[in-house]
Design a protein. Structure first.
Length: 278
């Protein structure tokens, strides 16, 4: 049975492996391009209130905070929040942040206003019920606001297993291999995420494949390329089919209708300098 994953035991390793690698650099680069488009769309609202749900150390939300916006970051892992606080303080952005120790499903209890932009990146694949978590965050998006969702792509996982010859594993339903602690617990089908967004009345504005070919490159192959070329090619292909749908992750962002009512939340103060322990 899948349970929501808490990274207290792997916070340091997770941060290093996710953010301090070529994979992380590709991910940051292509998703940031999308976020720049979103911020341009919302620029009439300044400063924006950003909700970084399950935000880890807040790599991308810190880039947004550098532009003058305020951020509420929540995470289930207290250890990850400690790392986030250190990183944010080192970058001189702590006054613009409010750190909340809680699950993404509970964040509504800590907000007194909806968010202009919700970041929900690489979290759903670690949850027992990703749809429910997403629906909770859709409720915390203000009318006219945008939600930015990145998820571990079922198509990418299937393709990776195909080219590696793991056909028996595929026939078994590609169960999570517990020995790979940083491999997500499950992959999410893109069509499911898209329908969850549109069924809630949101309009999908864009989709991007994250690492459309990098992870499929054979480490033993002899090729003539540099990382800079790989990054440039990823940026070139990431919004084109069929490469988009083969990304190891997919980033999709959608806007809430301006006339859709957001439920009022009874929560704690939203002062950005506070740190809550859930």
């Amino acid at each position: 049975m899948i349970k929501d994953r808490n990274f207290d035991d792997l916070a340091q390793k997770f941060a290093k492996n996710i953010y301090g690698t070529a994979k992380g650099q590709i991910r940051q680069t292509v998703v940031w391009q999308d976020l720049e488009q979103i911020l341009a769309l919302l620029e009439s609202q300044t400063p924006l209130h950003i909700l970084d749900a399950g935000g880890g150390i807040g790599q991308l939300s810190q880039k947004i905070a550098e532009l003058g916006h305020r951020v509420t970051l929540c995470d289930l892992s207290g250890e990850m929040l400690k790392l986030a606080e250190q990183e944010i303080a080192n970058n001189g952005l702590l006054e613009q942040y409010r750190l909340v120790h809680c699950s993404v499903q509970e964040i509504g209890e800590h907000l007194t206003e909806p968010a202009d932009l919700v970041l929900f990146h690489a979290v759903m694949e670690w949850l027992s019920d990703p749809k429910e978590a997403l629906e909770r965050l859709l409720e915390q998006t203000r009318p006219g606001g945008v939600i930015s969702v990145m998820f571990y792509n079922y198509n990418g996982l299937l393709f990776k297993n195909l080219i590696c010859g793991n056909l028996t594993h595929i026939e078994e339903g590609m169960p999570h291999r517990k020995r790979f602690k940083l491999q997500p617990q499950q992959a999410i089908k893109p069509e499911d995420v898209y329908s969850w967004l549109t069924d809630a009345g949101f309009t999908i504005l864009g989709k991007t494949g994250v690492r459309t070919f990098h992870d499929y490159m054979q480490t033993t192959m002899v090729g003539d390329y540099s990382f800079e070329q790989v990054l440039e090619m990823e940026q070139k292909l990431c919004r084109q089919e069929p490469y988009l749908s083969l990304g190891r992750y997919i980033h999709v962002y959608a806007q809430k209708p301006s006339d859709q009512v957001t439920p009022a939340d009874n929560g704690t103060s939203n002062d950005n300098s506070n740190k809550d322990n859930g």
